[in-house]
Design a protein around this ligand. Structure first.
Ligand SMILES: Cc1cc2nc3c(=O)[nH]c(=O)nc-3n(C[C@H](O)[C@H](O)[C@H](O)COP(=O)(O)O)c2cc1C
Length: 195
């Protein structure tokens, strides 16, 4: 098989589909939520996560100032809110959350808020920030995590249908796309690796 060249600045797209997660951050009465795909698990013990956020995003300011944020994992049913919160900036739209149809509630442990209707939440406190390139990498410790009953050691995909991001088409109006794996996910054949 002949592999075609991929522009290095677009190589991140080879990781898609990636779970689109809503990241919520609050500071001094201001709240913001953005979808993120540049997230990863960095360590089991201690439980560390990484997320790359562009300093151009208003959320970056709230995350940096508060020192905490929450990952909110939502169902694909919330696709409209996922995309809207990724297209609108709180810098220009002071009512961003109501415009994108999201409500927040007090977090359990951190001094922040979480997205109402999320199927799971990972509340994080920042331990380290690394300037990478055009994004900053926030390394954060999971302070508390909780999930709906569909999660039993692993997701069962009986009620949860993940929002898998596959990229956006260009043009004047960006069209974001999610993989349509829908609820059939739980019927996929499992691959047993013996691990
Ligand atoms: C599906 C999706 C995933 C995104 N992932 C990230 C990400 O990982 N990091 C980031 O900095 N921006 C990401 N963005 C872009 C921000 O969500 C977007 O710029 C947002 O409007 C910024 O809003 P704010 O200025 O209110 O923070 C993503 C956008 C979409 C649609």
């Amino acid at each position: 098989m002949k592999l075609q060249e991929v522009e290095p600045s677009k190589a991140y797209r080879l990781f898609y589909p990636t779970l689109a997660v809503l990241l919520s951050a609050s500071f001094k009465g201001e709240d913001d939520v953005i979808p993120v795909v540049s997230h990863c698990s960095l360590s089991f013990d201690p439980p560390l996560f990484g997320v790359a956020i562009s300093p151009k995003n208003y959320t970056h300011k709230l995350v940096k100032s508060s020192g905490c944020f929450a990952f909110n994992i939502v169902d694909v049913e919330m696709a409209k809110s996922i995309f809207a919160s990724g297209d609108i900036s709180a810098r220009n739209e002071k009512k961003k959350l109501s415009v994108v149809g999201l409500e927040l509630q007090k977090a359990r442990k951190i001094h922040g808020k979480t997205v109402k209707g999320a199927l799971s939440v990972i509340e994080c406190g920042i331990q380290q920030t690394i300037q990478t390139g055009d994004h900053d990498l926030f390394i954060a410790r999971c302070e508390q995590a909780y999930a709906s009953e569909d999660f039993n050691e692993y997701w069962q995909f009986k009620q949860y249908s993940p929002a898998l991001y596959i990229g956006s088409t260009g043009g004047k109006v960006k069209k974001h796309r999610l993989a349509e794996l829908s609820r059939k996910f739980s019927e996929f054949p499992y691959i047993h690796t013996g691990r």
